[in-house]
Ligand binder design. Structure first.
Ligand code: 9WN
Length: 479
């Protein structure tokens, strides 16, 4: 459903805010999407393009779902952690057993987690990928708990998830600190969640692509080739994933791609804080978590901050240098509570400056530098605006007191999420929709932002809004 923006009488220098009726309409439309994408235990990002459970998608989905169906939000996170490996890693995909192998590539037959991953403690009862995605989960768990503490306590939600969350954080902190500086490294571009960000072009250039005859892309069945990664990049993703699998997902073997990503590590730091909150709520000592959070923020600043660009950059561990590309991941440390005020202020200025243009040429945050020759407003993560990035940046701006920019971004995100048919991503200037429609995290995060608008107006509590539709038990067949 597409909704029309209805506005309150705003000051001329202000973006018109959604009315209460509009915010409610957005929540209703988003609830329908989340109902349709629910499989019975979790939510698929998109019925056709992504018919399994993805790790960071589930965390974002839970953040929205908590307002509509808190028990389902808790289930979403629990079902993901049910596929956690014994070494603590949370796989980036948990495959749905009823979906045919050809529906998504690379599927379970490629990753072979239940055989190749046994040395690292992959579950035998579920097939998963062997790489990870950004750790948004402790933050999501904390927000889910806060929205329904009584239900959460009744289910023992935090008590049940605390150790798995801790094991996940330890895997990233201990096993994945390949650079030895207190940050987690990613070993595949997909681990950043921002798959073909131009930041990865340089480290990817040393990876020989897999033979294109050896695999068949399923994503091109559902999306326009001009929006998706190129065949060359895809060949390199496949080669890197196959090499990790053939090393039996051993993190001590040398990797051709190893970088410290500021977005991933910002979420890790935010999760340190969330774990401290969770520990506190469980009556445990939270000082260790708080100390880790402080140390992580210091490591981020020491290893990834570039005073010249006013942005955080990824560090390539092959030559131990910062990668020059300016990506939206470099803005995400805004969500770290302990970030010094001067750094947050500088990031805010970078965001509204010429490289990201927020409030100037752009009303959503571009995923990549507007001035870079490689900027492409339509192609996956090379320029388009994504709703999870908008949600994180909005949260960070609010945390550091940049309320006016946060309000404008929230207004745009709520409005265009529904207006675009809950598109996967948008052209950051024209706001034209790209990728899948009825995309789960777009819907979920629109709910979260619209509910915040309603809350500020003292409007009807979310509990009065309809819950998503009943469980959809069947998944679509493959192509
Ligand atoms: C690979 C599911 C995922 C998101 C990622 C996004 C995209 C997959 C792909 O879709 O990645 O994991 O096939 O392109 O880049 O952020 O989690 O929505």
């Amino acid at each position: 459903m597409r909704t029309r923006l209805l506005t309150t009488g705003a000051r001329p220098d202000q973006r018109p805010e959604p009315t209460t009726a509009h915010a409610r309409a957005v929540v209703h439309a988003a609830a329908r999407v989340l109902g349709a994408n629910w499989t019975g235990a979790s939510t698929v990002p998109s019925r056709r393009l992504y018919p399994h459970q993805w790790s960071w998608d589930s965390a974002f989905v839970a953040i929205g779902l908590r307002h509509l169906a808190p028990a389902r939000a808790r289930r979403e996170l629990r079902s993901l952690f049910a596929a956690q490996w014994d070494d603590g890693r949370v796989p980036h995909i948990v495959f749905h057993p009823d979906v045919p192998e050809g529906a998504y590539f690379p599927g379970p037959g490629f990753w072979r987690s239940s055989t190749a991953g046994t040395g690292r403690g992959a579950p035998r009862s579920a097939e998963t990928s062997g790489i990870v995605q950004p750790p948004v989960h402790a933050l999501a768990a904390w927000l889910v708990h806060r929205s329904d503490p009584a239900g959460s306590e009744r289910e023992g939600f935090l008590a049940g998830l605390y150790r798995p969350l801790l094991a996940w954080q330890r895997y990233l902190t201990d096993v994945r600190d390949l650079g030895g500086g207190g940050l987690a490294s990613i070993v595949h571009p997909w681990e950043s969640g921002m798959d073909n960000s131009p930041a990865w072009d340089r480290p990817l250039a040393r990876v020989a692509p897999a033979d294109p005859g050896g695999f068949r892309r399923a994503d091109l069945n559902h999306g326009s080739a001009g929006d998706r990664p190129t065949d060359l990049d895809y060949g390199r993703y496949v080669a890197l994933a196959a090499a990790y699998r053939d090393d039996r997902y051993d993190d001590t073997a040398p990797r051709r791609f190893a970088v410290e990503d500021p977005g991933f590590n910002a979420l890790l730091a935010a999760s340190d804080h969330a774990l401290a909150d969770i520990a506190g709520a469980l009556g445990r000592d939270a000082t260790g978590h708080r100390a880790l959070a402080t140390a992580r923020a210091e490591s981020l600043l020491e290893r990834l901050w570039d005073e010249r660009t006013g942005l955080f950059h990824a560090r390539d561990l092959h030559d131990d240098r910062l990668l020059p590309a300016r990506g939206a991941a470099g803005l995400l440390p805004l969500i770290v509570p302990g970030l010094p005020a001067a750094t947050a202020d500088r990031l805010h200025r970078t965001l509204i400056g010429p490289h990201f243009g927020l409030g100037g040429g752009c009303r959503m945050v571009p995923s990549h530098d507007l001035l870079a020759p490689e900027h492409d407003p339509a192609r996956y993560w090379r320029g388009p605006a994504w709703f999870n990035i908008a949600w994180l940046v909005e949260r960070g701006l609010r945390l550091h007191g940049a309320l006016r920019t946060a309000d404008d971004l929230r207004t745009t995100a709520v409005t265009v999420a529904a207006g675009s048919g809950f598109a996967e991503y948008l052209d950051p200037r024209t706001l034209g929709a790209h990728g899948a429609r009825d995309f789960s995290w777009t819907a979920a995060l629109a709910v979260d932002l619209a509910v915040a608008v309603l809350g500020e107006r003292g409007a009807a509590p979310p509990a009065a809004l309809p819950a998503p539709e009943a469980t959809v038990a069947r998944l679509p067949p493959g192509p």
